[in-house]
Design a protein around this ligand. Sequence first.
Ligand code: DX5
Ligand code: ZN
Length: 223
Amino acid sequence: MKNKKIIAPSILSADFSNLSMQIRNVELGGADVIHCDVMDGQFVPNITFGPIIIEAVRKITKLPIDTHLMIKNPDALLKEFIEAGSNYITVHQEEVIHLNRTINRIKELGAKAGVAINPSTPVSTLTEVLDIVDLVLVMSVNPGFGAQKFIPGTLKKIETLAAIREEKGYNYIIEIDGGINSENIKTVSKAGCNMFVVGWSIFGADNITASTMELKNLITNSN
Ligand code: DX5
Ligand code: ZN
């Protein structure tokens, strides 16, 4: 998985009145994973959806579901989100006090465990969990909204995570989330990233399938 380049459309910018067709269109474009952004209006200033929508997405697609929990106290809802069909569960380092316990709990419940860091949170906050985590999500915008501008300083974090992974022989996936488009995806890929969340640049495009395909081609041919 760590050597594979994975495109993960975020349904945050999808047309929810036509979700099934929108997901079909990204599948046709070669999407590898469906990214679901859960927001509670407290950890971030916006509200999206809960396990009910994950359950609906599970019925629409066979692709893995990557659930990004931008919520207060995610520990209380891990079971619900995993039973709804999430394959990956990512919690925020800034919110979880007992990160080691939470990661192990996600794994015990049968999902892959991810940890996200906001743009202002350094990679060093994850040092003690990099050996057990399945995925590290680097936020390249401040979470809460789609269609924001990529923060270039976050590239350094991808390089650091890739270097540590190489040096220690770890297996975690490095995921980027926020402001990814056809202009910057190749640079991020070259920095060592292998999972790319894309919301607006896919669902905001005139042709969802073509934009998914274009982004996927750019990462597949980036090295
Ligand atoms: C931001 C979310 C992202 C978002 C990315 O809070 O975590 O997943 O949907 O969207 P774009 O690609 O539009 O920045
Ligand atoms: Zn996300």
